[in-house]
Write a new protein. Structure first.
Length: 313
């Protein structure tokens, strides 16, 4: 099988960084057509810079990186420096990128790429707020049916929320954009907190990254070290959840994950529950299923895959 063509839409973010590294380390399964940055964990100038830092760390400066939307469709940007640090990529000491951004807007790159490829051959992998994707779908409705699949990190059902009591960060930052994407009619696979909170970087798993002894292995260990202090304090968990790499791991080994094909709607009205992903997990409504909502992961298999692939960079 030829590798799957993807666009990674991202707001790095340490976990975004690991997701990108995993994709770039797996050319047999994944061909990264481009990386589009969006404002999210930190503002756009930093996410678009961090994406290039990660490409350089991976030794893949040929991948085009585009800057996209600098704020949500209808709201002021909410960021998460309290989790990711001031740069968004705190932890390792990585040099400023030599690589330039590619000219043009990320949204136009998404549109042009989908139009240039055969319908059903490009997968979108959003790892941040869905602003770029929703803007592309609105600006060029003809591209929607050309999308093969959307595999995204966002939302929660049983784990409820991390930025508010009822909402996960990516969806909460731009609920209107998420609503557009979830109503697009394209196949969607969702990696919610329900599964990412099972992909914890415990100490032995972090030690395994560091033990690779490579620039990439050590940087990933330092990123997850940094990321972890927040989650350990907040959840009392054994380590940081690696949210976004669940998306790229799914493209390589979908059999590691399990979930349910259900209806998922986005709350865009209530201030109290803004950005909640209302997943009909128990199928108690007649609403049409629109997304495969993942609930479980073989965590050991996931970390074995991740460590083995990072070793290749
Ligand atoms: Ca992210």
């Amino acid at each position: 099988m030829p590798p799957r063509k993807i666009i990674i839409d991202t707001d790095p973010g340490q976990d975004d960084a690991v997701a990108i590294l995993l994709a770039l380390a797996s050319p047999q399964e994944i061909e990264v057509l481009g990386i589009t940055a969006v404002a999210g964990n930190v503002p756009l100038d930093l996410t678009s810079k961090n994406a290039r830092i990660v490409c350089e760390l991976a030794g893949h400066t040929e991948v085009p990186v585009y800057a996209g939307c600098d704020r949500p469709l209808k709201r002021a940007l909410v960021t998460a420096e309290h989790v990711h640090g001031k740069t968004g990529l705190d932890g390792p000491d990585l040099p400023d990128p030599q690589m330039q951004l590619t000219d043009g807007h990320a949204v136009d790159f998404i549109i042009d790429t989908l139009r240039a490829h055969e319908p059903g051959t490009v997968t979108l992998c959003p790892l941040g707020p869905l602003t770029n994707i929703a803007t592309a779908f609105t600006k060029a409705p003809d591209i929607v049916d050309r999308v093969q699949e959307i595999v995204l990190m966002g939302g929660a059902y049983f784990e409820v929320g991390n930025i508010t009591p009822t909402a996960e960060f990516n969806i909460h930052v731009d609920p209107e954009a998420a609503d557009i994407v979830f109503k697009s009619g394209r196949p969607i696979v969702v990696m919610p907190l329900d599964v990412t909170h099972k992909a914890l970087v415990t100490k032995p798993r972090n030690d395994a990254f560091r033990a690779l002894g490579t620039k990439v292995g050590i940087a990933v260990a330092e990123m997850t070290d940094f990321f972890e202090r927040f989650d350990k304090e907040k959840y009392g968990s054994q380590g940081a959840p690696l949210h976004d790499p669940c998306v790229t791991a799914y493209l390589i080994k979908p059999e590691l994950f399990s979930g349910r094909f259900v209806n998922v709607e986005i709350e865009t009205q209530s201030e109290l529950t803004m950005g909640m992903t209302v997943a009909d997990w128990w199928r108690v409504t007649d609403r049409k299923p629109n997304a495969t909502f993942i609930g479980d992961v073989d965590a050991d298999g996931f970390f074995t895959l991740l460590t083995e692939r990072l070793a290749r960079l």
